[in-house]
Write a protein that binds this ligand. Structure first.
Ligand SMILES: C[S@@+](CC[C@H](N)C(=O)[O-])C[C@H]1O[C@@H](n2cnc3c(N)ncnc32)[C@H](O)[C@@H]1O
Length: 340
Protein backbone atom coordinates (compact mmCIF):
# COMPACT_ATOMS: atom_id res chain seq x y z
CA UNK A 1 0.00 0.00 0.00
CA UNK A 2 1.23 3.56 -0.74
CA UNK A 3 2.24 5.73 2.20
CA UNK A 4 -0.23 8.44 3.16
CA UNK A 5 1.08 11.74 1.78
CA UNK A 6 -1.78 14.23 1.80
CA UNK A 7 -4.62 15.38 4.05
CA UNK A 8 -7.52 17.69 3.27
CA UNK A 9 -9.69 19.08 6.02
CA UNK A 10 -13.02 20.48 4.85
CA UNK A 11 -13.68 23.08 7.52
CA UNK A 12 -17.02 24.37 6.25
CA UNK A 13 -19.66 24.27 3.54
CA UNK A 14 -20.63 27.93 3.66
CA UNK A 15 -19.29 29.92 0.74
CA UNK A 16 -19.31 33.50 -0.53
CA UNK A 17 -19.81 32.24 -4.12
CA UNK A 18 -22.38 30.01 -5.82
CA UNK A 19 -20.39 28.35 -8.61
CA UNK A 20 -22.74 26.71 -11.08
CA UNK A 21 -20.52 23.61 -11.43
CA UNK A 22 -19.69 23.22 -7.73
CA UNK A 23 -19.53 19.57 -6.65
CA UNK A 24 -20.60 20.53 -3.13
CA UNK A 25 -23.85 22.29 -4.07
CA UNK A 26 -25.90 19.55 -2.45
CA UNK A 27 -24.11 20.19 0.88
CA UNK A 28 -26.24 23.35 0.84
CA UNK A 29 -23.66 25.99 1.91
CA UNK A 30 -24.98 25.79 5.49
CA UNK A 31 -23.11 27.73 8.20
CA UNK A 32 -24.43 25.16 10.67
CA UNK A 33 -22.04 22.57 9.22
CA UNK A 34 -18.91 24.60 10.10
CA UNK A 35 -16.34 22.28 11.66
CA UNK A 36 -15.77 23.04 15.35
CA UNK A 37 -12.22 24.18 16.09
CA UNK A 38 -11.80 21.27 18.52
CA UNK A 39 -12.51 18.71 15.76
CA UNK A 40 -10.18 20.50 13.32
CA UNK A 41 -7.43 20.25 15.94
CA UNK A 42 -8.08 16.53 16.53
CA UNK A 43 -7.85 15.82 12.79
CA UNK A 44 -4.63 17.85 12.55
CA UNK A 45 -3.24 15.82 15.49
CA UNK A 46 -4.13 12.60 13.67
CA UNK A 47 -2.50 13.76 10.42
CA UNK A 48 0.60 14.70 12.41
CA UNK A 49 0.72 11.26 14.08
CA UNK A 50 0.49 9.73 10.61
CA UNK A 51 3.47 11.85 9.44
CA UNK A 52 1.45 13.72 6.85
CA UNK A 53 3.30 17.00 6.30
CA UNK A 54 0.98 19.03 4.08
CA UNK A 55 -2.49 19.86 5.38
CA UNK A 56 -4.83 21.39 2.83
CA UNK A 57 -7.65 23.40 4.36
CA UNK A 58 -10.66 23.53 2.11
CA UNK A 59 -14.41 24.13 2.16
CA UNK A 60 -16.97 25.60 1.24
CA UNK A 61 -14.85 28.69 1.45
CA UNK A 62 -12.39 28.21 4.35
CA UNK A 63 -11.62 31.94 4.67
CA UNK A 64 -15.27 32.37 5.77
CA UNK A 65 -14.72 30.07 8.80
CA UNK A 66 -14.63 32.14 11.99
CA UNK A 67 -11.70 30.14 13.37
CA UNK A 68 -9.59 30.01 10.21
CA UNK A 69 -6.70 31.91 11.85
CA UNK A 70 -6.59 29.42 14.76
CA UNK A 71 -6.76 26.46 12.39
CA UNK A 72 -3.77 27.77 10.38
CA UNK A 73 -1.95 28.58 13.60
CA UNK A 74 -2.52 25.07 15.01
CA UNK A 75 -1.19 23.39 11.84
CA UNK A 76 1.95 25.55 12.13
CA UNK A 77 2.25 24.79 15.83
CA UNK A 78 2.47 21.07 14.92
CA UNK A 79 5.31 21.90 12.49
CA UNK A 80 3.13 21.02 9.51
CA UNK A 81 2.50 23.06 6.36
CA UNK A 82 -0.95 24.62 5.96
CA UNK A 83 -2.17 25.00 2.37
CA UNK A 84 -5.27 27.12 1.99
CA UNK A 85 -7.60 26.18 -0.88
CA UNK A 86 -9.58 29.32 -1.57
CA UNK A 87 -11.40 31.45 -4.11
CA UNK A 88 -9.27 34.25 -2.69
CA UNK A 89 -12.02 36.86 -2.72
CA UNK A 90 -11.49 37.90 0.93
CA UNK A 91 -7.76 38.40 0.33
CA UNK A 92 -8.60 41.54 -1.62
CA UNK A 93 -8.45 42.91 1.94
CA UNK A 94 -4.70 42.94 2.54
CA UNK A 95 -5.07 43.20 6.32
CA UNK A 96 -6.96 39.87 6.32
CA UNK A 97 -4.15 38.23 4.35
CA UNK A 98 -1.58 39.74 6.72
CA UNK A 99 -3.49 38.38 9.72
CA UNK A 100 -3.31 34.80 8.36
CA UNK A 101 0.35 35.19 7.33
CA UNK A 102 1.12 36.23 10.90
CA UNK A 103 -0.44 32.89 12.02
CA UNK A 104 1.86 30.94 9.69
CA UNK A 105 0.05 30.82 6.35
CA UNK A 106 2.69 30.02 3.73
CA UNK A 107 0.86 28.47 0.79
CA UNK A 108 -2.35 29.39 -1.05
CA UNK A 109 -4.09 27.60 -3.93
CA UNK A 110 -6.40 30.23 -5.37
CA UNK A 111 -8.92 29.25 -8.01
CA UNK A 112 -10.26 31.79 -10.48
CA UNK A 113 -13.89 31.14 -11.38
CA UNK A 114 -14.22 33.17 -14.54
CA UNK A 115 -12.28 34.78 -17.36
CA UNK A 116 -13.68 38.32 -17.09
CA UNK A 117 -15.94 40.20 -14.69
CA UNK A 118 -19.01 39.24 -16.72
CA UNK A 119 -18.00 35.59 -16.95
CA UNK A 120 -17.23 35.45 -13.21
CA UNK A 121 -20.65 36.87 -12.41
CA UNK A 122 -22.32 34.35 -14.72
CA UNK A 123 -20.48 31.42 -13.11
CA UNK A 124 -20.69 32.40 -9.44
CA UNK A 125 -23.53 34.90 -9.06
CA UNK A 126 -21.05 37.37 -7.57
CA UNK A 127 -19.12 40.26 -9.11
CA UNK A 128 -15.67 39.41 -7.75
CA UNK A 129 -13.25 39.02 -10.68
CA UNK A 130 -11.52 42.31 -9.86
CA UNK A 131 -11.33 41.37 -6.15
CA UNK A 132 -9.73 38.05 -7.11
CA UNK A 133 -7.08 39.82 -9.18
CA UNK A 134 -6.48 42.23 -6.31
CA UNK A 135 -6.03 39.24 -4.00
CA UNK A 136 -3.51 37.72 -6.44
CA UNK A 137 -1.63 41.04 -6.36
CA UNK A 138 -1.51 41.06 -2.55
CA UNK A 139 -0.49 37.41 -2.22
CA UNK A 140 2.17 37.71 -4.94
CA UNK A 141 3.81 40.55 -3.02
CA UNK A 142 3.74 38.60 0.26
CA UNK A 143 5.90 35.73 1.49
CA UNK A 144 3.14 33.22 0.64
CA UNK A 145 3.62 30.70 -2.17
CA UNK A 146 0.76 31.20 -4.64
CA UNK A 147 -0.62 28.62 -7.03
CA UNK A 148 -3.42 29.92 -9.25
CA UNK A 149 -5.83 27.29 -10.52
CA UNK A 150 -8.66 27.09 -13.01
CA UNK A 151 -11.16 24.27 -13.45
CA UNK A 152 -11.41 23.75 -17.19
CA UNK A 153 -14.54 22.70 -19.02
CA UNK A 154 -15.79 22.73 -22.59
CA UNK A 155 -17.34 26.15 -21.98
CA UNK A 156 -14.27 28.05 -20.75
CA UNK A 157 -11.54 26.19 -22.67
CA UNK A 158 -11.63 28.77 -25.48
CA UNK A 159 -11.10 31.76 -23.19
CA UNK A 160 -9.36 30.61 -19.98
CA UNK A 161 -6.11 32.17 -21.21
CA UNK A 162 -7.67 35.61 -20.61
CA UNK A 163 -7.79 34.85 -16.88
CA UNK A 164 -4.23 33.48 -16.94
CA UNK A 165 -2.97 36.65 -18.64
CA UNK A 166 -4.73 38.79 -16.02
CA UNK A 167 -3.32 36.66 -13.20
CA UNK A 168 0.22 36.97 -14.62
CA UNK A 169 -0.17 40.75 -14.93
CA UNK A 170 -1.05 40.77 -11.23
CA UNK A 171 2.00 38.76 -10.19
CA UNK A 172 1.00 35.05 -10.42
CA UNK A 173 3.80 32.75 -11.55
CA UNK A 174 2.57 29.17 -11.00
CA UNK A 175 -0.60 27.56 -12.32
CA UNK A 176 -2.65 24.43 -11.91
CA UNK A 177 -5.41 23.13 -14.16
CA UNK A 178 -7.94 20.41 -13.55
CA UNK A 179 -11.10 19.32 -15.32
CA UNK A 180 -14.66 19.81 -14.22
CA UNK A 181 -16.31 16.58 -13.07
CA UNK A 182 -19.97 15.95 -12.60
CA UNK A 183 -20.82 14.02 -9.44
CA UNK A 184 -24.54 14.89 -9.50
CA UNK A 185 -25.22 11.14 -9.87
CA UNK A 186 -24.35 10.77 -6.18
CA UNK A 187 -27.18 13.19 -5.33
CA UNK A 188 -29.56 10.91 -7.23
CA UNK A 189 -30.05 13.68 -9.75
CA UNK A 190 -27.70 13.18 -12.73
CA UNK A 191 -27.46 16.07 -15.18
CA UNK A 192 -27.66 15.32 -18.90
CA UNK A 193 -24.12 15.10 -20.24
CA UNK A 194 -22.83 15.72 -23.75
CA UNK A 195 -20.00 13.25 -24.33
CA UNK A 196 -18.61 15.46 -27.11
CA UNK A 197 -17.67 18.07 -24.51
CA UNK A 198 -14.79 15.81 -23.39
CA UNK A 199 -13.28 15.69 -26.87
CA UNK A 200 -13.76 19.46 -27.18
CA UNK A 201 -11.92 19.98 -23.89
CA UNK A 202 -8.96 17.85 -24.95
CA UNK A 203 -8.71 19.51 -28.35
CA UNK A 204 -9.03 22.97 -26.79
CA UNK A 205 -6.32 22.35 -24.22
CA UNK A 206 -3.91 20.99 -26.80
CA UNK A 207 -4.55 23.96 -29.11
CA UNK A 208 -4.02 26.45 -26.29
CA UNK A 209 -0.75 24.82 -25.18
CA UNK A 210 1.75 26.92 -27.21
CA UNK A 211 0.25 30.21 -26.02
CA UNK A 212 -0.19 28.90 -22.46
CA UNK A 213 3.48 27.94 -22.39
CA UNK A 214 4.53 31.44 -23.42
CA UNK A 215 2.21 33.25 -20.97
CA UNK A 216 3.16 31.08 -17.99
CA UNK A 217 6.78 30.44 -18.94
CA UNK A 218 5.81 26.77 -18.86
CA UNK A 219 5.13 26.88 -15.12
CA UNK A 220 1.92 24.93 -14.87
CA UNK A 221 0.61 21.51 -14.04
CA UNK A 222 -2.39 19.81 -15.59
CA UNK A 223 -4.14 17.37 -13.30
CA UNK A 224 -5.32 15.09 -16.06
CA UNK A 225 -8.29 12.95 -15.03
CA UNK A 226 -9.44 11.38 -18.30
CA UNK A 227 -8.24 8.09 -19.78
CA UNK A 228 -4.80 8.88 -21.21
CA UNK A 229 -5.63 6.97 -24.42
CA UNK A 230 -7.99 9.80 -25.42
CA UNK A 231 -5.03 12.12 -25.91
CA UNK A 232 -2.45 12.42 -28.62
CA UNK A 233 0.40 10.33 -27.23
CA UNK A 234 3.16 12.72 -28.28
CA UNK A 235 1.37 15.60 -26.53
CA UNK A 236 1.23 13.65 -23.27
CA UNK A 237 4.95 12.81 -23.68
CA UNK A 238 5.73 16.53 -24.10
CA UNK A 239 3.80 17.39 -20.92
CA UNK A 240 5.54 14.59 -19.04
CA UNK A 241 8.97 15.64 -20.28
CA UNK A 242 8.30 19.18 -19.09
CA UNK A 243 6.91 18.08 -15.72
CA UNK A 244 3.56 19.66 -16.61
CA UNK A 245 1.18 16.79 -15.97
CA UNK A 246 -0.16 14.69 -13.10
CA UNK A 247 -2.00 11.64 -14.37
CA UNK A 248 -3.21 9.92 -11.24
CA UNK A 249 -4.87 11.09 -8.04
CA UNK A 250 -4.82 10.43 -4.31
CA UNK A 251 -7.85 8.14 -4.62
CA UNK A 252 -6.28 5.87 -7.24
CA UNK A 253 -3.00 5.89 -5.30
CA UNK A 254 -4.78 5.55 -1.97
CA UNK A 255 -2.35 8.15 -0.67
CA UNK A 256 -4.60 10.85 0.79
CA UNK A 257 -7.10 11.44 3.58
CA UNK A 258 -10.06 13.74 2.96
CA UNK A 259 -12.19 14.76 5.93
CA UNK A 260 -15.67 16.22 5.72
CA UNK A 261 -16.91 18.88 8.16
CA UNK A 262 -18.28 16.30 10.63
CA UNK A 263 -15.03 14.32 10.75
CA UNK A 264 -16.16 11.71 8.20
CA UNK A 265 -13.49 10.29 5.96
CA UNK A 266 -14.56 10.62 2.32
CA UNK A 267 -12.78 9.08 -0.69
CA UNK A 268 -12.39 12.38 -2.53
CA UNK A 269 -13.34 16.05 -2.11
CA UNK A 270 -15.92 15.58 -4.85
CA UNK A 271 -17.67 12.71 -3.02
CA UNK A 272 -19.00 14.16 0.22
CA UNK A 273 -22.03 11.87 -0.13
CA UNK A 274 -19.97 8.71 0.43
CA UNK A 275 -18.51 8.54 3.97
CA UNK A 276 -16.18 5.61 4.55
CA UNK A 277 -15.74 6.03 8.29
CA UNK A 278 -15.76 8.73 10.95
CA UNK A 279 -13.38 10.27 13.46
CA UNK A 280 -14.55 9.51 17.00
CA UNK A 281 -16.46 6.40 15.86
CA UNK A 282 -14.24 4.29 13.61
CA UNK A 283 -10.90 5.76 14.71
CA UNK A 284 -9.55 8.45 17.00
CA UNK A 285 -5.75 8.13 16.95
CA UNK A 286 -2.92 6.65 14.91
CA UNK A 287 -3.36 3.03 16.04
CA UNK A 288 -7.13 2.89 15.70
CA UNK A 289 -6.86 4.69 12.37
CA UNK A 290 -4.33 2.23 10.97
CA UNK A 291 -6.39 -0.80 11.92
CA UNK A 292 -9.43 0.85 10.30
CA UNK A 293 -7.43 1.90 7.18
CA UNK A 294 -5.93 -1.58 6.73
CA UNK A 295 -9.23 -3.36 7.28
CA UNK A 296 -10.88 -5.51 4.63
CA UNK A 297 -13.91 -3.22 4.63
CA UNK A 298 -11.90 -0.16 3.61
CA UNK A 299 -9.82 -2.12 1.08
CA UNK A 300 -13.04 -3.33 -0.53
CA UNK A 301 -14.35 0.24 -0.83
CA UNK A 302 -11.16 1.39 -2.57
CA UNK A 303 -11.06 -1.66 -4.82
CA UNK A 304 -14.59 -0.92 -5.96
CA UNK A 305 -13.92 2.78 -6.51
CA UNK A 306 -10.72 2.12 -8.44
CA UNK A 307 -12.05 -0.53 -10.84
CA UNK A 308 -10.78 0.01 -14.40
CA UNK A 309 -13.54 1.30 -16.67
CA UNK A 310 -12.64 -0.76 -19.77
CA UNK A 311 -11.32 -4.23 -20.61
CA UNK A 312 -8.40 -2.65 -22.49
CA UNK A 313 -7.22 -0.92 -19.29
CA UNK A 314 -6.21 -4.23 -17.73
CA UNK A 315 -3.46 -4.82 -20.27
CA UNK A 316 -2.51 -1.18 -20.88
CA UNK A 317 1.08 -0.16 -20.00
CA UNK A 318 -0.15 3.16 -18.62
CA UNK A 319 -2.79 1.73 -16.28
CA UNK A 320 -0.84 2.48 -13.10
CA UNK A 321 -0.48 6.16 -14.05
CA UNK A 322 -3.96 6.56 -15.51
CA UNK A 323 -6.29 4.18 -13.70
CA UNK A 324 -8.83 4.87 -16.47
CA UNK A 325 -9.31 8.42 -15.17
CA UNK A 326 -11.79 9.84 -12.69
CA UNK A 327 -14.66 7.50 -11.93
CA UNK A 328 -17.19 10.29 -12.46
CA UNK A 329 -16.47 9.89 -16.19
CA UNK A 330 -18.47 6.66 -16.08
CA UNK A 331 -21.58 7.89 -14.34
CA UNK A 332 -23.33 8.88 -17.55
CA UNK A 333 -21.59 6.93 -20.29
CA UNK A 334 -19.38 3.90 -20.74
CA UNK A 335 -15.71 3.58 -21.59
CA UNK A 336 -16.64 2.07 -24.98
CA UNK A 337 -18.87 5.04 -25.81
CA UNK A 338 -16.06 7.48 -25.00
CA UNK A 339 -13.14 5.62 -26.60
CA UNK A 340 -14.23 4.86 -30.13
C1 LIG B 1 -15.18 23.40 -3.84
S1 LIG B 1 -13.80 24.48 -3.83
C2 LIG B 1 -13.55 24.70 -2.12
C3 LIG B 1 -12.45 25.67 -1.79
C4 LIG B 1 -12.60 27.11 -2.23
N1 LIG B 1 -13.91 27.65 -2.05
C5 LIG B 1 -12.13 27.30 -3.66
O1 LIG B 1 -12.86 27.90 -4.44
O2 LIG B 1 -11.02 26.88 -3.99
C6 LIG B 1 -12.38 23.52 -4.24
C7 LIG B 1 -12.02 23.46 -5.71
O3 LIG B 1 -12.89 22.57 -6.35
C8 LIG B 1 -13.21 23.08 -7.62
N2 LIG B 1 -14.48 22.49 -8.08
C9 LIG B 1 -15.72 22.78 -7.68
N3 LIG B 1 -16.62 22.01 -8.33
C10 LIG B 1 -15.92 21.21 -9.17
C11 LIG B 1 -16.28 20.21 -10.11
N4 LIG B 1 -17.56 19.87 -10.31
N5 LIG B 1 -15.30 19.59 -10.78
C12 LIG B 1 -14.01 19.91 -10.57
N6 LIG B 1 -13.59 20.85 -9.70
C13 LIG B 1 -14.55 21.51 -9.01
C14 LIG B 1 -13.29 24.57 -7.35
O4 LIG B 1 -13.24 25.34 -8.53
C15 LIG B 1 -12.08 24.77 -6.47
O5 LIG B 1 -10.94 24.91 -7.27
Amino acid sequence: MNPLKYAWITVNRQCNLRCKWCYAKSADFKTSSDMPLSLAKELIDLASQLNIQNISVTGGEPTCHKDIAQIIQYIRQKNLTPILITNGVLFSDKSFLDSLVSQGLSSVNLSIKGCSEEDYMKNTGVKAYASTLEAIRHISKSSVRLLVSIVLNSDNIGRYLNAIKDAVENGAEEFHFSFEHDFSMLDGNPKPYDIRSIHKLIKGFQESYPELSVITNGRFNLHQSLPLCLWDESFIQTLKKNGQITTSCQLLERSGLVFNTDGSLIPCNLMHQVPIGKFGQDFSDKNSFLSFWNSQKVSNVYRKLCTYPGKKCHTCNENIHCGGGCLSNWFQFSYNELIY
